[in-house]
Write a protein that binds this ligand. Structure first.
Ligand SMILES: Cc1cc2nc3c(=O)[nH]c(=O)nc-3n(C[C@H](O)[C@H](O)[C@H](O)COP(=O)(O)OP(=O)(O)OC[C@H]3O[C@@H](n4cnc5c(N)ncnc54)[C@H](O)[C@@H]3O)c2cc1C
Length: 399
């Protein structure tokens, strides 16, 4: 049986970031890899290829980008768009209620929009060069046997590890096998995603409309496509509206988006057929079991209205990096209960805070639950949005 210090199950951006974080911290004199990642999907190479932009794009915060760069991750600028401002409109008003900016955050940018595949491939490349062993396969269980976890793969392989990190995404099948329970709520909303060519430069603005019909429309800047400016839409709508948007002709979809934004966004072509993702809230009350930690969407997934899902998972990886450095410097077992307990304490408040904030905003602006409070919230946002100190605080939190 192969033996490791840390085995990660799940090869999304968060799983790979955790693998990189652990491998950087756990150096050893021997050539044998101490960190392995089980990945059931092929890594999609995006560098130096002119494949069309994938529909799965994320707003990655400047803090996450800086963290990943400091770990040796390099990004393909041709497939990233810098985000300089977040402009929020409420109640169908043409005047922005709130503008968050890189200037207010005292950063060079609020972040960058990049594809899931490009982000993951960049992290994979750094992790492999740091000595992480990639094991292709499907993890089925991670049983505690004595002072180790034995991870079983569907093809019969067994891996022994001192610590297992579960990163198998929102529909995690592995976390429940550890006896860990999650609270989840289906928002009964869909995120309808499409890429558009637009008639004028986006100047790095991510724009968001909290619309009077209890839907939320966001347009994220994309890198130019075929020399023309482009944006990516995420429109959080009810299920029947999502079906109607998906069934529309490209022209009808463009007109519907132009009407919803009062002509602020004039899209000239649909670059990719729209698709819809289910939206839900999920949170594990405790993401830690003996010699096991659950990270990323497997532990906490949030409404995408704040564009923070992947950033929250990358913060999990940062926390692991600190713990593994501590384990290395103190010659401690990486799965020691003191370390996993520290992870639980450090990640509790930030993950709960984001879940509560995004859930409250979703109830206010997407689910129609607190309609009487909406005018108050709109006014509050407009008034606070005029206060430089408030804008600086929110801009720094977003960047
Ligand atoms: C419409 C929409 C828009 C979003 N926009 C944003 C945004 O702008 N910014 C942002 O930060 N976030 C955004 N998110 C959230 C983001 O998609 C997630 O937070 C992110 O994908 C979480 O990464 P992860 O690595 O935890 O999980 P995933 O990306 O789901 O990766 C899990 C991986 O584990 C693998 N896996 C699963 N089971 C097994 C197994 N048994 N064995 C081996 N491998 C396994 C899967 O194949 C997959 O590769 C959005 C989400 C939605 C739905």
């Amino acid at each position: 049986m192969k033996q490791f210090d840390v085995v990660i199950a799940g090869g999304g951006p968060v799983g790979w970031a955790c693998a990189l974080a652990c491998a950087r911290s756990l150096t050893s004199g021997s050539a044998a890899p101490r960190v392995a990642l089980i990945d059931r999907e092929k890594v999609v190479e995006t560098a130096n290829n002119d494949a069309p932009l994938s529909l799965r794009v994320y707003a990655v915060s400047q803090r996450s980008i800086t963290q990943l760069r400091s770990w040796g991750v390099t990004f393909d600028d041709a497939r990233c768009a810098t985000m300089d401002r977040i402009v929020v409109h409420t109640s169908g008003s043409d005047e922005p209620a709130l503008t968050l900016s890189a200037k207010d955050a005292r950063q060079s940018a609020i972040g960058a929009v990049m594809e899931h595949e490009a982000l993951t491939a960049s992290i994979v490349s750094a992790a492999l060069s740091q000595g992480v062993l990639r094991i292709a396969g499907h993890a089925v269980s991670a049983d505690l046997v004595g002072s180790a976890r034995i991870v079983s793969l569907a093809d019969g392989q067994l891996l022994q590890t001192k610590l297992v990190i579960i990163a198998d995404g929102r529909d995690s099948a592995l976390a429940p096998t550890l006896g860990l329970e999650a609270m989840s709520r289906d928002y009964e909303r869909r995120g309808v995603v499409a890429h558009f060519q637009v008639n004028k430069p986006h100047y790095g603005d991510a724009r968001q409309w909290f619309l009077p019909d209890d839907t939320i429309l966001a347009l994220l800047p994309l890198p130019d496509v075929g020399g023309a400016p482009a944006v990516s839409m995420v429109w959080s709508v009810g299920e029947s509206r999502a079906a109607a948007l998906l069934a529309m002709s490209p022209d009808a979809l463009l007109q519907t988006v132009a009407a919803a934004t009062h002509g602020a966004a004039v899209a000239t072509a649909v670059l990719h057929d729209a698709v819809a993702f289910p939206l839900s809230l999920k949170r594990m009350s405790d993401p830690v079991a003996e010699r096991a930690i659950v990270v990323g969407d497997a532990a906490h997934s949030v409404h995408p209205l704040a564009g923070q899902g992947v950033n929250l998972g990358l913060e999990d990886a940062q926390c692991l990096a600190d713990l593994m450095s501590h384990s290395q410097s103190q010659s401690m077992d990486p799965g020691h209960a003191l370390l996993t307990g520290k992870y639980r304490r450090q990640r509790y408040a930030p993950t709960l805070g984001l879940a509560l904030t995004t859930d409250a905003l979703a109830r206010l602006y997407n689910l129609g639950s607190w309609s009487t409070l909406k005018p108050v919230a709109d006014t509050g946002m407009r008034v606070l949005g005029r206060l430089p100190a408030f804008r600086r605080m929110l801009s720094s939190a977003a960047a």
